[in-house]
Design a protein around this ligand. Structure first.
Ligand SMILES: Cc1ncc(COP(=O)(O)O)c(C=O)c1O
Length: 392
């Protein structure tokens, strides 16, 4: 790797790299996929970061995603588009003190999608995008709408018609144009792509531009810091497009490359539901990528309704490298768990978070995880964004 630092505008980014072929691209303009049609990964002059700034400096900064500024692509002199992306808490279960919920529902727009959109929309503004478009299972759309509003950039969202109503309302409340699609996120993606090319909009689809992943990566830094530069034994993550999953792993690699953590990694567990589990199917079949779109999709858990994630190859490689596994739980068990945790722990999990807890309990039974292990379960959104049980 060249050691020449970019001059102006200044960031620690060295280049973009095709995740399939390794081909390098300059980061001097907005880019989508690589020539091979694969996601682009942002690469940094990591050695330079650790030379000029110590671990302690990061610790002393205000606890939000921008404390990791040198590991992010936005040039340092640029003001980010921010709505207050705070560090999210780890909440220990009362009965299981080594099991933590990472509560991402505290972030702007009530979900972890704020992390990716804060960085991607900041970069879109930096590159003078005059319109944004995103396909969504729901939460990415409301985050794009909010950050688009904060950046003053018109935003279009393509969302399945059966997305929770409150999320569709939230998208419109932020002034985005919400296109209700009779189909799933893959159909939304086709329509968003068409709108992008016909109207010159910047396409924020999952992994189709390199910067949402960088925002999501901050979850990995945050975990390392919260566990005192060690990492938990197992992480349960509800997987749709997989940006948080891939992003966390990228963060761990970057931290190891500069010597702030060792080579030990958590076992990464990808959680889906029986009504949409393409990752589990591909993982168990020993495939390197997801070959066919899952059909028919039939689940009430919106975040995992992605029949063929673009980042399938990356997700599967993280699963294997970490010694983790992929699982799928039922919708009924998910909702029962959501209701039970609300009563026993006082935490209103989103269905995606509840699905992760169901997966953890089932792994405890099979012995895939044991009670002595430190576990993080991702609650990726605020439970208030989903319908609650009828009044008694
Ligand atoms: C609440 C929630 N959890 C999980 C996911 C899946 O996230 P990812 O695309 O990073 O796999 C989504 C995506 O829409 C979501 O909204």
């Amino acid at each position: 790797m060249s050691t020449k630092l970019p001059q102006n505008p200044y960031s620690y980014v060295s280049h973009l790299e095709c995740s399939l072929t390794g081909q390098h691209y300059s980061h001097d303009r907005m880019r989508g996929l690589s020539d091979a049609g694969a996601p682009l990964l942002v690469r940094y002059f990591l050695g330079k970061i650790s030379e000029v700034i110590s671990k302690d400096t990061f610790v002393q900064r205000s606890p939000d995603i921008w404390r990791w500024r040198e590991f992010l692509p936005l040039p340092l002199e640029m003001e980010p588009v921010s709505l207050g992306e705070i560090e999210t808490p780890l909440i220990a279960f009362r009965e299981l003190p080594r099991v933590f919920i990472k509560d991402e529902g505290r972030l702007p727009t009530g979900s972890f999608k704020a992390r990716g959109m804060a960085v991607a929309v900041s970069m879109a503004k930096h590159f003078n995008a005059n319109g944004l478009v995103v396909p969504t299972a729901g939460n990415a759309g409301s985050a794009a709408a909010a950050y688009g509003a904060a950046a003053g950039i018109p935003t279009h969202v393509y969302a399945p018609i059966d997305t929770p109503t409150i999320t569709l309302q939230e998208i419109e409340l932020h002034g985005a144009q919400c296109h209700h699609v009779d189909g799933l996120i893959d159909r939304c993606g086709q329509l968003a792509g068409k709108a992008a090319s016909e109207n010159g909009l910047h396409d924020l689809s999952t992994l189709a531009e390199p910067y949402r992943l960088e925002g999501k990566k901050t979850i990995g830094f945050e975990l390392a810091l919260q566990f005192n530069w060690s990492l938990p034994n197992v992480i349960y993550y509800p997987t749709g497009g997989g940006t948080g999953f891939i992003g966390m792993w990228k963060a761990f690699d970057e931290l190891e490359a500069i010597g702030w953590i060792g080579s030990r990694r958590p076992r990464m567990v990808s959680v889906q539901t029986l009504g949409c589990n393409p990752i589990q199917q591909a993982f168990e079949a020993g495939h390197d990528d997801i070959m066919t779109a899952f059909a028919p999709v039939d689940t009430i858990v919106p975040g995992v309704r992605v029949p063929k994630p673009l980042g399938g190859r990356l997700i599967l490689s993280v699963l294997r490298a970490s010694g983790g596994h992929a699982c799928a739980v039922s919708d009924d068990a998910t909702i029962e768990c959501r209701d039970q945790i609300a009563r026993s722990e006082g935490i209103n999990l989103c269905p995606e978070g509840a699905a992760c807890h169901v997966a953890y309990l089932s792994d405890l039974e099979t012995g895939a995880v044991n009670r002595d292990e430190t576990v993080v379960i991702f609650n990726t959104a605020n439970g208030l964004k989903w319908p609650m049980p009828e009044l008694i």
